[in-house]
Design a protein around this ligand. Structure first.
Ligand SMILES: *Cc1c(COP(=O)(O)O)cnc(C)c1O
Length: 222
């Protein structure tokens, strides 16, 4: 078995074991940024077909050689508004929407029949340097996105504080869960809480995440 196949297999099993809501599966996004097409092919051959990328041009270059495969592409990087057309045309999910202007442009440039799946990125650690909306801005952005017919609001994405202090982390997970449940109550399309990377995915799924974005633990270091 290839190492990538083995990694995906092990992570999938761990996710199943630690899922806090065992009646619904956890979505695994394999983050292939900084990795070559060969590694993506290895994952595809292992039966995995959900990938995440941070940089538009890098992603499009790789996608060109993979048109024979049915792949669900997630955009997970910061969004410059002049890249919205390319993002809307080449991805099925955008997890990092953090302002109305970007939502409007993605909506305008999605010419597909199927709506583009959207997560709002929250700046849960509330650091100025981090991307994402502030907690108090979520409702207005969610309301706006829900009126756009080429977008489907699926949920929230966050990167918790980079700390080993349990108290801080638990507080952030708890807040995310509350905001998520509140959105779910208001919009029937909400079903996704995207938290967890290579270093924290088990903790994230124990605390309610149902989508994890894992790169180095699958593909090795970048
Ligand atoms: C790079 C990246 C990941 C994956 O990180 P790993 O630590 O390699 O698993 C997940 N989410 C986002 C937003 C990223 O930029």
């Amino acid at each position: 078995m290839s190492l990538i196949k083995k990694n995906i297999h092990n992570i999938t099993n761990e996710l199943k074991k630690n899922n806090s809501q065992p009646d619904s599966a956890i979505r695994l996004v394999a983050v292939s940024k900084g990795q070559g097409q060969k590694k993506i092919l290895e994952a595809l051959n292992a039966g995995h077909n959900i990938f995440g990328e941070n940089y538009v041009q890098e992603a499009i270059d790789k996608q060109k050689g993979l048109t024979d495969y049915k792949i669900e592409w997630h955009f997970i990087g910061p969004i410059q508004s002049n890249k919205c057309k390319l993002i809307a045309e080449n991805f099925q999910w955008v997890q990092t929407v953090d302002r109305i202007k970007v939502a409007d442009k993605l909506n305008m440039f999605n010419t597909d029949q199927t709506p583009l799946n959207i997560c709002i990125q929250i700046n849960i650690s509330n650091e100025d340097t981090k991307s994402g909306v502030k907690i108090e801005e979520i409702d207005a952005l969610a309301d706006h996105i829900s009126t756009l017919d080429k977008l489907k609001l699926r949920g929230l994405m966050a990167i918790p504080s980079n700390t080993s202090e349990d108290k801080i982390l638990m507080n952030e997970y708890m807040q995310l869960k509350m905001i998520y449940e509140n959105l779910k109550f208001r919009y029937s399309t909400i079903d996704t809480l995207s938290i967890g990377m290579s270093n924290d995915y088990l903790l994230a799924v124990e605390n309610g995440s149902n989508l994890v974005r894992i790169g180095s633990k699958i593909f090795g270091s970048r």
